[in-house]
Design a protein around this ligand. Structure first.
Ligand SMILES: Cc1cc2nc3c(=O)[nH]c(=O)nc-3n(C[C@H](O)[C@H](O)[C@H](O)COP(=O)(O)OP(=O)(O)OC[C@H]3O[C@@H](n4cnc5c(N)ncnc54)[C@H](O)[C@@H]3O)c2cc1C
Ligand code: FES
Length: 425
């Protein structure tokens, strides 16, 4: 497989804000990608930060004009500073912290909003659509979901000056942990948000990365960030943008580009070397299922495929179940039946046998049971269920209290059965 950045790329060691970092000979600039890959938070400091470039020592005060702290995963108060109408049903909300904070995160990661709507606590996750290259604020881009509580509440209520609590940043779907020289970004609808953050990051840091970006929207009026994308992609020869509009009958304005749903022939036309690229995909479940099918059919090494799901609609859940059943059939020969664990959902009267390492949530999905889920990372508590018997290994991120655990609750998205378990659902 070609096109990925070799691990042995020569590096020069420097120290930035007290952390050992590196410059690559190739970029001859600060290797922000490695800085971002370092999960350790930088403690607030009293001395001006220094960076050593060869024999020269420079201050990093441009990054730190005040005693600015760096954002770390946790619970933070932020204030809305800007609202941008992106399309007729999509808005971007920009936030800054009360005290100056450098919002460093990995492009593609998300935050979980902690809200109270009509006196009821409610949490929802949203990708950070801005880039850490503009670190004094973060943005989320939200599409109205018909009948959806939080997306409509944000559109109708959130205005400049309002305060909000966010949890994060978290998420494994990011371009920092999977560096490559050639990437393919695939998005459908509002699934563009993490890929936009990655694109803005690569653009702003002058990264020497070849980007093919294929975005599918319903109609031209639904293309989020259209002008900004065209601007960025017109300035860098290695950035190539392809927009596909799905609805032939509902185009709404002149459209000379690709039409219909993304297919393999279309993909081959737009990115003939797609099998050589690191692939990042985010969109509706059926869209991502099609992409995965094309890739598998072409023998793509799926360890170079990364996807983010924004959650499932009831229709998606049905599709997921079919997909999981297909996968289970394909993997059946490799399964050691003696190792399988039983997960029983006692209220639904259903049970399933799963392999060690699978979560309680995915066990439920296999049965078509839709346990509500928001963050998928043990932050928000949305997927909390009572465990009637058995033991699980739960790697959460603060989304459950010790009291809840003592009472027998688990977060199904991040709980892996250690033996046979019975869940009250
Ligand atoms: C990691 C992550 C990142 C995300 N990033 C983004 C982003 O960048 N931008 C974005 O817009 N969204 C994003 N989302 C999705 C977002 O979290 C919300 O799911 C979305 O905004 C809908 O929330 P809501 O409260 O408006 O809708 P909900 O109230 O949760 O309803 C969602 C849908 O389900 C239907 N529904 C609700 N309850 C039921 C029921 N009992 N039976 C049948 N149907 C029902 C509703 O009518 C609606 O169609 C992300 C999600 C995740 C997990
Ligand atoms: S979905 Fe958020 S904790 Fe499980």
């Amino acid at each position: 497989m070609q096109g990925r950045r070799p691990d042995h790329e020569k590096e020069r060691r420097v120290e930035i804000m007290g952390m050992p970092m590196s410059l690559t000979d190739k970029w001859d600039t600060i290797d922000w990608h490695r800085i971002m890959r370092n999960d350790k938070a930088v403690a607030p400091r009293s001395e001006p930060p220094m960076v050593q470039l060869g024999d020269t020592i420079m201050t990093m005060d441009f990054l730190n004009p005040v005693t600015t702290q760096t954002w770390i995963n946790g619970r933070h108060a932020v204030r809305c500073v800007k609202v941008i109408q992106e399309t007729w049903d999509v808005r971007t909300f920009c936030f800054m912290a009360e005290q100056p904070v450098l919002f460093f995160f990995k492009p593609g990661q998300f935050v979980t909003l902690e809200l109270e709507i009509d006196g009821e606590p409610i949490m929802r996750s949203y990708t950070i659509s801005s880039s850490p290259s503009v670190p004094y604020s973060i943005s989320i881009t939200v599409k109205r979901v018909p009948g959806g509580r939080v997306s409509n509440w944000l559109h109708d209520t959130m205005k400049v000056g309002d305060e909000l609590t966010v949890h994060g940043p978290v998420g494994n779907f990011n371009s920092i942990d999977f560096p490559a020289d050639k990437v393919l970004f695939l998005s459908g609808g509002v699934g563009i948000t993490p890929l936009m953050s990655m694109t803005r990051w690569l653009f702003d840091t002058n990264a020497n990365v070849d980007v093919e970006f294929i975005h599918s929207a319903r109609a031209p009026r639904d293309v989020i960030y259209h002008r900004e994308l065209v601007h960025m992609f017109s300035r860098i020869p290695e950035f190539k943008l392809h927009i596909v509009c799905e609805h032939k009958d509902d185009i709404g304005e002149a459209w000379a580009g690709y039409r219909g749903y993304l297919t393999q022939p279309m993909l081959e036309l737009m990115a003939p070397d797609f099998l050589e690229r690191e692939i990042f995909c985010c969109g509706p479940t059926p869209y991502m299922n099609v992409i995965k099918r094309i890739l598998r059919d072409n023998g793509f090494d799926m360890s170079h495929y990364h996807e983010e799901s924004f959650g499932a609609t009831p229709l998606d859940v049905r599709e997921d179940v079919l997909e999981l059943a297909e996968q289970a059939e394909a993997e059946a020969e490799e399964i050691v039946y003696a190792d399988l664990l039983s997960v029983e959902f006692v209220n639904s009267g259903k049970s399933v046998r799963i392999q060690p390492g699978e979560t309680v949530h995915s066990a439920a999905a296999k049965l078509g049971l839709h346990i509500p889920k928001a963050c998928g990372m043990g932050i928000c508590g949305t997927c909390r269920v009572p465990l009637a018997s058995g033991q699980v290994e739960m790697e959460h991120n603060g989304g459950i209290t010790d009291e809840d655990i003592a009472e027998g609750y688990i977060l199904s998205c991040c709980s892996k059965p250690l033996g046979d378990v019975v869940v009250e659902y």
